[in-house]
Design a protein around this ligand. Structure first.
Ligand code: SF4
Ligand code: SF4
Length: 206
């Protein structure tokens, strides 16, 4: 168990709702859920998940910490906002889903082989380096995220499309080494550092 996870188990013993309220983005909204099930009924993907949103919120209130935080469900949310548009209580469900996923990741207990989790982390690392997504680097890292052999196989299967994109100047191999970036990269790093500090301070308050 990671240090942070152990610390949080101790700190919020028997009160998972309070833990979510304090540490998950928009988590303070979970207590407003009236369990009507509209979000789960509106979610195009919910029926294929272990736990659609309404069920996750019920489990949070029931103190099912491990089942919620190790679930792959919130990692599958595509941010379509169907649930948010229909929730009669106005819960920011999409943000809570991503907040739960991020929190589980920080605690080190998110499901390891989860593909969208891997993608989310690769995307974040790619984006925060320069403030702009380097599509070529991101594409290559996605091909190889499940190992070298799988990456080569995937790259070969997409070679035709890649060549076509290069011919039409939609893709340049040189982008790998440079690509677009924002002017103030140091400023971006300072903002991210400050955001982390605020998050930590919020944690220590509860
Ligand atoms: S639609 Fe809103 S109130 Fe209804 S179960 Fe979902 S989150 Fe709760
Ligand atoms: S935003 Fe996520 S949880 Fe909400 S309906 Fe879409 S996929 Fe489902």
């Amino acid at each position: 168990m990671s240090n942070l996870n152990t610390e949080m188990v101790e700190k919020y013993r028997n009160n998972f709702l309070q833990e979510v309220t304090a540490n998950v983005e928009e988590g303070e909204w979970v207590k407003m859920c009236m369990q009507c099930g509209v979000c789960s009924g509106s979610c195009p993907l919910g029926p294929y998940w272990d736990h659609p949103p309404q069920e996750l919120f019920m489990m949070i209130r029931a103190g099912k910490r491990e089942e919620v935080l190790t679930s792959s469900s919130m990692w599958m949310c595509t941010s379509c906002y169907n649930c948010v548009a229909r929730c009669p209580r106005g819960l920011p469900i999409t943000h809570i889903m991503h907040g739960l996923a991020h929190y589980a990741d920080r605690l080190g207990i998110a499901p390891k082989g989860q593909q969208t989790r891997k993608f989310a982390n690769l995307f974040w690392d790619n984006l925060t380096k320069t403030g702009r997504v380097n599509e070529l680097r991101l594409g290559i890292s996605l091909y190889f995220m499940n190992g070298f052999a799988a990456g080569v196989k995937k790259a070969l299967s997409m070679a035709g499309m890649g060549m076509g994109m290069m011919k039409t100047k939609r893709l340049s191999p040189m982008e790998y080494f440079g690509g677009h970036s924002i002017k103030d990269k140091k400023g971006l790093q300072a903002i991210l550092k400050k955001a982390k500090e605020i998050e930590l301070a919020k944690e220590q308050k509860f």
